[in-house]
Design a protein around this ligand. Structure first.
Ligand SMILES: Cc1ncc(COP(=O)(O)O)c(C=O)c1O
Length: 508
């Protein structure tokens, strides 16, 4: 008898009643259908055949998803917290953007898969896993609006980014340029440097000129900087350190019009922005499921349209090699595939809650939070709200830098000249010293250790900013707590309503 809440065990034969009647009649001498010696069908057929019936999901957490959908009938915020595993009693959590935070229903579904695997490892890994992964790929393709046979499930975005960038070996060489922005993800820069060294191509990194007040400005900076020899470019859907939503459609059109292949690093896209991969038409798109989708940790995807599949191969060669794109990626050795199967629960959860409602809440909360922080600190933001998704950079008051410098034992924090650039379009603040990442770390540590607030602090063009995230479990009181903590760290008095009104007038 299965314990309450545990997944159903795998039956000895798929349909015990039928087997009892027919003996082994259901056992046919088909030979191996797919790659290697797996006892499941051919995944290339399963994924491509629209009449293929996916197996039922024996681990489906129907009640958990229904409870989440019911909670979503109330305003989001605190009502959503029981459906996440984050310790909200202990922490004010404003950093969903870093590593995400799993939905409880998705975590439990993945756990159920793990238990099911261990109950009969052969039946699970050898026979059941592939059809179940194909089912998940089809579900995910529906949300990403692409063909499922152009998708690969991976443990993280880093693997997908390496897969595409390493595929440049043999396709680029001396005289070719690999283009990226200085606001791109740090490890991607290293991936490009490695492949440049391996091939003789050159990595060209464009420094974004701040302030940037519109997507069109960014596109024209790229248009001017793209070198004639560019063959490949990487852009983030949402940049990590600066939380800027890049104008992907325009960048893809620009680059492809000049014969440049485009890889989109969409680590932050799914669950934060609407995603339509076929309509976007990028050459390669990598996304995380364990970030804004809140799927179990260790879940991501790579989209490679068929025209590029001949040159994109997994970093790990295994049994599926040479048997087609899906076969090559679906198995990279015996490991825990439960996080990938758990993507399904996260997709069903957001479907039940409403994708559009989630994005609307994130955006409205972000707008309110930005407003509250700017007003409390008398500062501004890195870019306008129209260039944000569910994250934003808000400049810290000068007192934070002073506190960081005092902690370093250095003298006058306001003696240095202000930075040439710096965005902060609306600050009107006096010039401050040029901040460094050590100052940023100091303030982030103060928030973490002194106030139990998890919120990253970034240094951009010599200025300090918090990067706030807004997900369905956040509410305005979280950001008010952040506002007060920053004022305490920087020894800043929160502005009175009169001062705020005056500043507002000056800015208008
Ligand atoms: C823009 C961007 N790309 C790639 C990654 C890497 O994601 P992962 O660590 O899941 O591989 C991140 C992680 O934060 C990111 O922000």
């Amino acid at each position: 008898m299965a314990a309450a809440g545990s997944p159903p065990a795998i039956a000895a034969v798929p349909d015990e009643a039928a087997a009892a009647a027919t003996g082994l009649a259901h056992v046919q001498r088909t030979g191996y259908q797919g790659f290697g010696s797996f006892h499941s069908g051919n995944v290339e057929d399963m994924i491509a055949d629209p009449s293929w019936e996916p197996p039922a999901n024996p681990c489906e957490r129907v009640a958990d998803v229904a409870a989440l959908a019911a909670a979503a009938a109330a305003p989001f915020g605190a009502a959503m917290r029981p459906h996440f595993l984050i310790d909200f009693a202990a922490w004010t959590f404003l950093n969903h953007g870093a590593f995400g935070g799993v939905l409880a229903c998705a975590h439990r579904e993945a756990e159920a898969w793990r238990v099911r695997c261990e109950a009969q490892p052969l039946a699970f890994l050898d026979r059941e896993l592939f059809p179940q992964l194909v089912r998940v790929m089809r579900e995910l393709a529906g949300v990403l609006r692409c063909a499922p046979q152009d998708l690969a499930l991976l443990p993280n975005a880093t693997t997908g980014l390496n897969t595409v960038i390493q595929s440049l070996r043999g396709r680029v060489g001396p005289g070719d340029a690999l283009f990226s922005l200085d606001i791109g993800y740090g490890s991607v820069k290293k991936m490009l440097q490695v492949v440049a060294q391996q091939t003789g191509a050159q990595h060209v990194e464009m420094a974004v000129q701040w302030p940037v007040s519109s997507p069109a400005e960014l596109v024209s900076q790229v248009a001017a900087a793209l070198p004639p020899g560019a063959r490949f470019a990487v852009f983030d859907a949402v940049t990590s350190n600066t939380a800027v939503v890049l104008p992907l459609a325009e960048l893809v059109t620009l680059c492809q019009g000049r014969g440049v292949e485009v890889l989109i690093d969409g680590a932050h896209a799914l669950g934060q922005l609407p995603v339509g991969l076929e309509a976007l038409g990028a050459d390669y798109f990598v996304g995380n499921c364990h970030k804004w989708l809140c799927a179990p940790r260790g879940s991501a995807f790579l989209h490679v349209p068929r025209g590029h599949q001949a040159h994109v191969h997994p970093l790990i060669v295994s049994h599926g090699h040479g048997s087609g794109f899906v076969s090559e990626f679906i198995w990279d050795g015996c490991r825990d595939y439960a996080p990938l199967l758990g993507i399904s629960a996260a997709l069903r959860a957001w479907q039940a809650v409403g994708w559009a409602e989630v994005r609307r809440y994130q955006r409205a909360l972000l707008a309110d939070a930005r407003g509250a922080l700017c007003s409390a600190w008398g500062t501004g933001t890195l870019v306008p709200l129209s260039m944000c998704g569910a994250m934003a950079l808000v400049e810290l008051p000068a007192g934070c830098l002073a506190a960081a410098r005092a902690a370093a034992g250095s003298a006058d924090p306001c003696s240095a000249a202000g930075p040439a650039a710096g965005g902060a379009a609306a600050t009107g603040a006096a010039p401050v010293a040029t901040a460094t990442s050590a100052d940023a770390k100091y303030v982030q540590d103060c928030l973490h250790f002194g106030h139990a607030i998890e919120c990253p602090v970034k240094c951009v063009a010599g200025r300090l900013y918090v990067r706030i995230s807004a997900h369905v479990y956040n509410e305005l009181s979280d950001y008010r707590r952040l506002a007060a903590a920053v004022c305490a760290i920087g020894d800043v008095e929160q502005q009175s309503d009169q001062e705020k009104a005056q500043q507002q007038q000056q800015q208008e």
